[in-house]
Design a protein around this ligand. Sequence first.
Ligand code: 9WN
Length: 442
Amino acid sequence: PVRPARRRFDSVQLAARAAWTLGGNDNGTMITAAPRLYPHMWSWDTAFISIGLAHLNVDRAVRELETLFAAQWRDGMLPHIVFSEDGGYFPGPQRWGAAELNADAPDSPRTSGICQPPVHAIALRRIVDIGGGSPAVDRLLTDGWPKLYRWHEWLVRHRDPHGTGLLAITHGWESGMDNSPRWDLPYAAVIPGPDLPPYERLDRRVAAAAERPSDAEYDRYLWLVEQMRKVRYDADQVVRTSSFLVGDVFVTALFALASEVLATLGEQSGQPSWRIRQLRGWARRSRVAVASAYDPATGLARDYDLRAGTWLSTATLAGFAPLLCGGLPAADENRMLATILGPDWAGHPDLFAAIPPSVSPNDPAFRAREYWRGPVWPVIAWLFGWAFEHHGWTAEAARLRTECLRLVEDGTFGEYYHPLTGEPLGSQQQSWTATVALDWLH
Ligand code: 9WN
């Protein structure tokens, strides 16, 4: 493919543009995920955004997480979207109807009725590392820590249906990787009923159709929302009735990692020792679940379709989940590290930058522009980089950082990028891409 000409900003200019992007996405009450496509607060985006903010103004970073926590459901769930007043996204608060149907959902702000990956404790760790000692960070540790504990407890209580530590998602949106080929088989069993209320997609007005999920996929996404509305978003009934229920190995690995991180933060800030022990126990169990999902035949970890009772072996970047949380025998782990850096993934010779794309370019299912079916997502590279650093793989982490900065130095802060040409795709001025640049420039 032809590589389009791109601008190159030096690190000072790039940091300034990233700061300006975050500022531009601030609507006065929250920093939205992106100016036009996503004019609201998304749960895992906000965790990442708060890290970038911490480099600019730690009080603002703390406030951002507090805004998300203020929308926590009474039962502990952190909702996937906290809505602003902007109407430019579908499905909006009326279609979700969470507050009308479930007494645990806040009336204000309005929220969606599902959740997203639990990366918030990792953000808290990073904010403490950047701005520790400031009164706002102390306040976040004192008041925010118990909220994160309750969020993790909610996941254990409601999303571990077999008690194995493998956490389940009830909608592809909960994985944060909406249309990943990981979900093609489970979604094939989601059959929208004739009573699916009509709707108009607003995302198509902003992003090219080829870079977004198809209409058939959207019908399924919206049908699952209908199924959840029927049981009034009751957490356990959703798990019992949703036609999509998958043990998500990537979410589980993030949960294991974040629970460990949260436990350590709790020790440092004097939280009750029984809660810290509990967090470490959850982390251990989920690490074992991730290791058990490892398939020696492919060298990757698998998801588990809880409705069909089958492992899902689709090869995607999520299969490297054990590298996030640890737990594999050393030989398997080393092999996995070599694979992610090797010619099928980050070491593929045709890549614009040596960071692993969402699907391998050598895979017949690879689609270079299609959202979670091939493009490269800087925020996922950041997660692997952080975990590598944590694990002591510093050279590998440094390489991811250098390569990712080369990808984003055009200053567009694309939501995701064409892995072979470096063309920014989806939304531009995406907050979480700006935040990754800011954190990696410091
Ligand atoms: C649905 C906001 C979110 C990200 C997700 C990404 C995308 C939403 C959408 O945008 O999802 O939640 O409408 O496509 O897949 O990871 O949090 O940036």
